[in-house]
Design a protein around this ligand. Structure first.
Ligand code: NAD
Ligand code: YCP
Length: 312
């Protein structure tokens, strides 16, 4: 008879999930995904059901990675909260299976996985696409993802200045007081992005927050929010003028309002750049449109489970 699944709380997951181990695994799986062999990496586009009564949606994200025999599903609920509402914007649960029998081996809280793997993939895009001389980082939006993005970007790269701006000044000030390291808080997004070499948009906005005319030519934009086909973070000018990279072409064509509504062409998947089959056009203005993928959660969950198991 199959063993009962273990439950790993968010604290335990966070203890066993390090960026140093996560990043190379994400690079590897993104490369495999973009080679397009469905016998190696299987990941359907996320199924999403809207939760109309509560301004949220539930996404189901199954994935199977054959070479490491990882079978996993994340279920993630996201709500567009006002900042003064004291409820979480994201709840996530990850199920890790025994692929041979189909039983669940671990049930994990998926919050830390979601925060870290998203920020880690953004950092991979920056390694590949940000200008060689990048002095100024700007983060638009000061919620949970902003925290993990700040953490990994300031760990991996050295900026002369990190600026933040959120919809409300108090949110940006609270963010600045909570992170380890210097931050300049600005009340205007236009001022915050002026001259920035890299701009991360991590908002829950459904309308553009970043406009092409504000952006320094050659900057790299990491667009993490706007994950529904009718949500935007970037305007048409930026989407038209920049070279667009995505995590998954298939996902972007179904889920990204910035791509669908602007009619922008996708130039490459991040995995294609990692594989060397498409170039990293560092000298151009580039956008990495991130939507999040089940394979990213799967490699993170496997890492956590293996580390936890060897600690027992
Ligand atoms: N790409 C991925 O893999 C991935 C993964 C997880 C979350 N997300 C998305 O990332 C976004 C942020 O997630 P989160 O967990 O940090 O959400 P959150 O609710 O914690 O934070 C959202 C932040 O956006 C700010 N904001 C809203 N409108 C703004 C505007 N016009 N200008 C500046 N700031 C504005 C809010 O003030 C808040 O600080 C969401 O859209 C979420 O769906 C993407
Ligand atoms: O890939 C994810 O986990 C997220 C969840 C919230 C919405 C966008 N994508």
């Amino acid at each position: 008879m199959a063993e009962q699944p273990v439950f790993l709380s968010n604290d335990v997951v966070a203890r066993f999930l390090s960026y140093d181990e996560l990043i190379p695994r994400l690079e590897e799986v993104l490369g495999r995904f973009s080679r397009g062999s469905s016998s190696d990496v299987v990941q359907p586009v996320r199924s999403v059901i809207p939760i109309h009564n509560h301004s949220g949606f539930l996404g189901l994200m199954p994935a199977y990675i054959a070479h490491e025999d990882t079978l996993c599903t994340k279920m993630v609920a996201f709500y567009r909260r006002e900042e003064n509402v004291n409820l979480p914007s994201t709840q996530a649960t990850v199920l890790l299976f025994n692929p041979e029998y189909g039983n669940v081996t671990a049930v994990m809280d998926g919050l830390d996985i979601t925060h870290k793997r998203t920020a880690a993939v953004s950092a991979i895009s920056a390694k590949l696409l940000m200008p060689a001389q990048s002095d100024v980082l700007c983060i638009l939006g000061c919620g949970h993802q902003a925290v993990s993005h700040y953490e990994i970007f300031t760990k991996l790269f050295s900026f002369k200045e990190v600026r933040v701006c959120s919809r409300r000044l108090e949110t940006a000030e609270r963010f600045a007081a909570g992170v380890q390291g210097p931050v300049t808080v600005l009340s205007s997004a236009k001022e915050a992005v002026h001259g920035a070499d890299i701009i991360i948009t991590v908002t829950n906005s459904s309308k553009p927050v970043l406009f092409g005319e504000w952006v320094k030519p050659g900057a790299h934009i990491v667009a993490v929010g706007a994950c529904r086909p009718d949500w935007r973070e970037l305007d048409d000018v930026l989407m038209r003028d920049a070279v667009i990279y995505v995590d998954s072409r298939e996902g972007a064509a179904v889920e990204s309002g910035d791509i669908i509504l602007s009619g922008a062409e996708v130039f490459a998947e991040l995995g294609e750049v990692l594989n060397g089959t498409r170039p990293a056009l560092r000298n151009k203005t580039t956008v990495f449109k991130s939507l999040g993928m089940g394979i990213q959660d799967a490699v993170a969950a496997k890492l956590v489970f293996d580390e936890w198991k060897s600690s027992q």
